[in-house]
Design a protein around this ligand. Sequence first.
Ligand code: SF4
Ligand code: SF4
Length: 445
Amino acid sequence: MNTTTLGAGPGAARAPVGDNKQGSLSDAERLDRAMTSFLRDFNTTSALYLEACVHCGQCAEACQYYVQTGDPKYTPIWKVEPIKQAYKRLTGPLAPLYRLFGLKKAVTIEELEQWQELLYDSCTLCGRCTLVCPMGIDIPSLVLAARHGMQEAGLVPDDLWGPTERARREGSPLGATKQVLKERIAWLTDDNNVTIPLDREQADILVTISSVEIMKYPQSITAMARVMNHIGASWTFRSDGYEATNFNMLSGDRTGQREATMRLINAALAINAKTVILPECGHAYQAFRWAGATMYGRPLPFRVVHISEYLAEELRAGRLSLKSDARSMTFHDPCQIARRGGVTEAPREIFRALGADLREMGPTPAGNWCCGGGGGVITIHRADSLRHRVFHLKMQQVEDTGAALLVSSCSNCRLTFDDGQDFFHWDKTAHSLVELVADNLAERH
Ligand code: SF4
Ligand code: SF4
């Protein structure tokens, strides 16, 4: 049998390739691990969420998967049915009655295997469902809790588990190792005649990167350097803490999530950073801005900002000055940065400073449709046709603006747009906000 080595997976270290299971646990062991994890994650908040649902179905109309397929299995609250079933049957206030009268059946391994598609392939953690839920139920947080159980049971899609395991082994999900970073920075410095500080011992600001930028959009690294140098900031990249993308979080691997987070925290502490700047990566923002302190176990001793927030601050302070770029543009708000993170005004301040003709998508920014590639979905190839169906919604939203230029502030969204552009032979290319700023820096006199 074809096998692969799983350095950090659950259970034994070898598993068949291509069956979307990791480790060699028995079905009973997988089920036990998943249930134990589901129950461990039932804090008061998630219990309240599960009790609060009034089955109104409003979340369905907010989810791109339901909207584009009409299939009730894509109703957001249905995606967390296994943990709901486990909760009601095992720990909820009426659990003994549910068990006595068989009102909630025990979850089976077959159900968990079927749910893998709902928890991973068809949820980008975009949070659009939460926005419309009259009970304020945060479904993405429940999906993430369910993913913890799936990871512990070794039931993660192989396409997502591969980069996750690589991140734990090499420090980067896409092979952007320390050595690769150093080589990239050396050639970007030579080719672009720009100073890119790496491994300074002291700096006010630690700038982080996503592996997508290192491997696919290295021009973003040059752009960040040009902007930071223009501002005159005291900053550095660090080879011991650069990778902000946290695939472990997306898979449900809590230990790996913490390790990845701690690498950034330790690098920031080593240089006495006052600020950590997160790159154009939505899930990096989710993993570090909101979950960083939880992983650390206490408040972070520095502030954490997305690069668009930092640029807006510098504009206000007068240290960043831009030339005019009056082209018509539209902005794709990345779900984790805008809807989930609340950073909606900063990019618009930048467009105003450029004098751009900004044509907003409708609805935007909080109600913006997801690109369809978040939550790890872009890595799962069996989900491609479904992902392309939901991308069509996004494409239409962009087209309706009539803008000449499409801009975003997430490299994962950009990757999804590139893929969609290719698939649909679309004439729109997504551009990076930071690169747009770098291309329009005013001359210093
Ligand atoms: S988070 Fe987004 S993709 Fe997931 S269920 Fe909610 S609306 Fe659908
Ligand atoms: S919108 Fe909220 S209350 Fe209504 S079905 Fe969905 S999760 Fe339940």
